[in-house]
Design a protein around this ligand. Structure first.
Ligand code: ADP
Length: 447
């Protein structure tokens, strides 16, 4: 087992990894920008190294600075968290070239899944059902129009390198194709340096259902059920739950096996998420994330597992402790993402936290790097905490979430907490009857 690992991240996810490491008797090294000198992950780690100025490109994304931090501290492995360098194949290669271990999949797996066209092609060959659409990239407007006519409108044009909801445009009909096609290409080019796009049928009432998988890198893999992440704003998740209110045990076992078999066949290592749209009882693959997800705690809650511990163990070459037959679901879990944002525009609101009190009690988990007097810097994303509740069933989980939100105090900045108080009053949320468009419609009429 490693003696020391470095966490190439900040905020709540850095704490998450430090906590797992400490329980395993592994020393942790935090890295931070000058803007984060007082951050909780720096305080909580065993050691810390300043790796650069506030902009992430000069610090959390600086590969030379992170490798140097490993060398000066003697860290043997790097956990990337999510975001930043977590899905950067070149980084993984450099880590390995320096004789260090990347806690995650191989550079090759990241490369294949990071390009959505190659990912879809790979998954199709592995027997995973995909959204109908173009065979690979679409180079010209004429071809795009031909495909639109063939699969039928509405369609969605997606940048193959897209992420975070950027580089996606819907065309409702042939007349909208030109604009959607050009915009998706331009967004792909400016945000990700790649203007290649592909086309998919645009599903109008799907749910976003994602399957958690875990592989040992030697041909064995398991699935840990699904998460329903349909409640989204601008393709960004805000509320996630497991199990999915619309998924039966039979469907879970079927799609879970398809996913576990697929990743086993490619010798996938560590945690991964296979994302689907789910409509009329059918699953359609959209993309795979080759990292730990923000919403992983809901899966941990219902299966009673520690995904980060397992990531570290498998990266160290130990056998995977997960066994499919032993993985059983208990109860229901919900996570809400608490952002320092002003409603209704969801405008970022960095600033000083004058008072913070985390909720507690049975079945409540708060993953947050906040503390009294902490100043949220303006340079990074606005997620300041995740509140996760676990209860015997869905109604009890909703009641627990309501109770825990009532105990939470975050003073000094505006947050998305009022959104969740309001959502919990809604009949559709109470019954679990929502799809990927539900929240956008609700926001238009309620905020
Ligand atoms: P990103 O990598 O930017 O997160 P995804 O491919 O994962 O992009 O899609 C993000 C979200 O966009 C999905 O959860 C869904 O809400 C919407 N979306 C993507 N593809 C389609 C589609 N074919 N039909 C309808 N909605 C889609």
């Amino acid at each position: 087992m490693f003696e020391k690992i470095l966490i190439a991240n900040r905020g709540e996810i850095a704490l998450r990894v430090i906590r797992a490491a400490r329980e395993m008797g592994i020393h942790s090294v935090a890295v931070h920008s000058t803007a984060d000198a007082d951050a909780m992950h720096v305080r909580m780690a065993d050691e810390s190294v300043c790796i650069g100025p506030p902009p992430a490109t000069d610090s959390y994304l600086s590969i030379p600075a992170i490798i140097a931090a490993c060398e000066v501290t003697g860290a043997q492995a790097i956990h990337p968290g999510y975001g930043f360098l977590s899905e950067n194949a070149a980084f993984v290669q450099i880590v390995e070239d320096h004789g260090l271990t990347f806690i995650g999949p191989t550079a090759e797996h990241i490369r294949v899944m990071g390009d959505k066209i190659t990912a879809k092609d790979t998954m199709k060959k592995l027997g995973v059902p995909c959204v109908p659409g173009s065979e690979g990239g679409v180079a010209t407007l004429a071809e795009a129009k031909r495909i639109g006519d063939e699969i039928g409108y509405p369609v969605i044009i997606k940048a193959t390198s897209g992420g975070g909801g950027k580089g996606m445009k819907v065309a409702e009909n042939a007349a909208q194709m030109e604009r959607a096609f050009q915009t998706a290409r331009a967004e792909g080019k400016s945000n990700f340096g790649n203007d290649e796009v592909y086309i998919e049928k645009y599903l109008t009432t799907p749910r976003h259902i994602e399957i958690q998988v875990f592989g040992d890198g030697k041909g064995r893999a398991v699935h840990l059920g699904e998460r329903d992440c349909s409640l989204q704003r601008r393709h960004q998740k805000v509320f996630e739950e497991a199990p999915g209110p619309s998924i039966s045990a039979k469907e879970r076992a079927r799609i879970g096996k398809v996913c576990a078999d697929a990743v086993a066949r490619i010798n996938y290592t560590g945690a991964g998420t296979i994302e689907f749209l789910y409509e009329n009882g059918e699953f359609y693959f959209i993309e795979m994330n080759t990292r730990l997800q923000v919403e992983h705690p809901v899966t941990e809650a219902i299966f009673g597992v520690d995904l980060v511990r397992e990531q570290i163990r498998v990266a160290a070459g130990l056998p995977m402790e997960f066994e499919q037959d032993a993985l059983k679901i208990t109860g229901h879990a919900i996570e809400v993402r608490i952002n320092a944002e002003k409603l209704p525009e969801f405008a970022p609101r960095p600033g000083k936290i004058t008072q913070f009190h985390a909720p507690g009690g049975l079945g409540v988990r708060m993953d947050s790097a906040l503390y009294d007097g902490y100043r949220i810097p303006p340079y990074y994303d606005s997620l300041i905490g995740k509140l996760i509740v676990h209860a015997p069933d869905r109604p009890a989980a909703l009641a627990r979430l309501n109770r825990a939100l009532g105990e939470l105090i975050v003073d000094g900045v505006e947050t998305t907490v009022p959104l969740f108080h309001a959502l919990l009053q809604d009949g559709d949320i109470q019954s679990g009857d929502y799809n990927i468009h539900w929240l956008e419609h609700w926001l238009e009429t309620h905020l």
